[in-house]
Design a protein around this ligand. Sequence first.
Ligand code: PMT
Length: 402
Amino acid sequence: MLKGKKIILGVSGGIAAYKTVILARLLVKSGAEVQVIMTPNAKEFITPLTMSTITSKPVISDFFTANTGEWHSHVNLGLWADAMVVAPATASTIAKMAHGVADNMLITTYLSSKSPIFVAPAMDLDMMRHPTTVHNLELLKSYGNHVIEPTEGELASHLVGKGRMEEPENILKVLSDYFATTEDMAGRRVLITAGPTVENIDPVRFISNHSSGKMGYAIAEECANRGAEVTLVSGPVSLSTANERITVVPVTTAIEMHESVMARCEESDVVVLCAAVADYRAEQVCDKKMKRGSTNTLTIKLVENPDIAKAVGAKRHDGQILVGFALETDNEEEHARAKLEKKNLDMIVLNSLQDKGAGFGTDTNKVKILERNGAINAYECKSKKMVAKDIVDIVVNNYLKK
Ligand code: PMT
């Protein structure tokens, strides 16, 4: 699974760094190309020579090589990698990652990285359970990073408790499993709607909503990373994707989104309707800016937009999986289930504006996935990236594999 994968192995300054030597060896033996980055303190525990010998690549530690002036680009490194593993991750490195304290090459690379990040903490038990560390690890998880929990046992201090870095063989397994699941949508065609629609009233004003597109784009990335060919019909957002497996079809209005989706849904194995579509548009769009009138009220007549999800549900074909969303403010489950039935969907992802960190604009979401068979899968608040993974896991495990 790791053959040909490009892995950045970030080493920070803890005694568990001696185990990272084994991890580097295992990664290389699995066929991965490994670039080691060491913090200054890591070099007090193991030498760069050990790591560069094992990985056949010079270790990077400083922003540039002093005697040649050669600049090490953290941006290029971040883009090069298929995954970054920080092992051991000390309390200090975890805190810097959580708060963006970019004072060494490891952290700048982490902040530039577009790949999945795996963090293997190692520290003494009291540092591990200190509220600061607990909070920082929660922050890292909320950004979508994968924390490989430390184990319990005798620590360097000879105290016994949680804080031992996970064994290199198990870290290798986490990575192998991660890359194994990424191909479980290979050969599938996925159609996704994302973002808001914008309905003009005149050349200056419009009706829209707060959707940023983050949730829909995260689902598109997740599906594409797992091997699917994705068409993303996107309302106006400030996001973009460099993923070669994602084709973005930009639209503005609900009518345009409806046309784009209907033209493509027949050929799709999975359709995910994540867009916040305006249910109504102005009956007349003025071609000139509307002027203030002599009365203190203004009435704009609105007409109904097409219900895209309902239209897709009405012409679904055998084996096609339909996933809707429901953004609710009250009687959430009841409303969501009614939409699932009415639109003939397999599952609906419920997010409520009553929940902190859920819904529009945020980098996080808190969802429940309601299935047609009555099942309800509830999740804690997490990054939209991780929510996307939960949704796609259900699609794959409960529908595509059956
Ligand atoms: O974009 P973000 O800032 O990341 O925010 C994400 C989100 C809050 C927009 C997303 O998680 C979400 O909840 N999307 C659906 C919002 C919504 O419009 O829900 P709804 O309950 O009004 O619609 C129910 C379903 O029907 C949705 O799948 C919707 O895409 C679809 N629909 C609605 C109206 C319409 N005319 N056509 C549709 O297809």
